[in-house]
Design a protein around this ligand. Sequence first.
Ligand code: NAD
Length: 295
Amino acid sequence: MNVSVIGAGTMGNGIAHVFAQNGYKVNLIDVSEAALEKAIATITRNLDRQVSKGSITEEIKQSTLQNISSHSSLGAISHSQLVVEAATENEAIKLSIFKQLDEIAPEGCILASNTSSISITKIAAVTSRPELVIGMHFMNPVPVMKLVEIINGYATDAKVTATITELSKKLGKVPCVVNDYPGFIANRILMPMINEAIYSLYEGVAGVEEIDTVMKLGMAHPMGPLQLADFIGLDVCLSILQVLHNGFGNPKYAPCPLLVNMVTARKLGVKSGEGFYVYTAGSKDLVVSPRFGNQ
Ligand code: NAD
């Protein structure tokens, strides 16, 4: 099976890595050459780590890299049986990509989206093949996290759901099929928790470390909600909350003004070097941003 992955950012590079490591030929496509270069460097670094831990051999590392080719235009999808779109979480961008995918992809090609929250039914509606459109929502970091949330759009064919479920298992993942309502399951539950953690900081209930420590030690979460938000990307969190807010029309999903301000100021978390914490290349220390240091 030939697979194309659209978008070579945080998620796209991980999705390409996992398919390629399992023997699939992957076209990794991004409008940004810099993103493609960074993605190949990230995949190589992650494979090196797997080799040094003994979880894969040097040969598998090499074959994984050989299975991936980089492209800057969508033309590369013309021989794919599956496209997994992992471009920026923005409805207009995704609708435009799916219109083009539908024109270029061969007949029968399944069009999947890794969207965190945008309606699969809406994405499918801009194509002439809504029955072949499905959500394939990987978790970050993709090579490590086991879950794939599979989202049935209103028109998704049950055979397509079965194919993607089986494929997810072949990738060593655990699939979970859900229906298409705002936020699906993962983010419908996760994002209100993250938003509440940000509100708690905004209202001065506690500081960054206290909020994260309560959730780590009290609820056995491996990472506190503020650190997790930084890891996901604060812009991605904001987009998802806006989808929940608009989709349900319920004020309980309104994004915290502090989150909105941080995204406007381009403090996006790990990817920009600062969010609730500051991130220095090469350092694993978790240092609270000076902005929140005196709480
Ligand atoms: P990102 O910002 O790291 O990467 C997005 C990439 O898409 C960029 O490299 C950008 O150049 C590229 N892109 C934008 N428009 C494009 C186009 N028209 N054609 C090709 N490439 C294009 O974003 P990300 O965090 O990797 O998120 C990607 C998708 O995965 C989003 O839908 C997001 O909601 C979802 N997701 C993210 C996470 C997470 O933890 N970050 C987890 C699960 C799902």
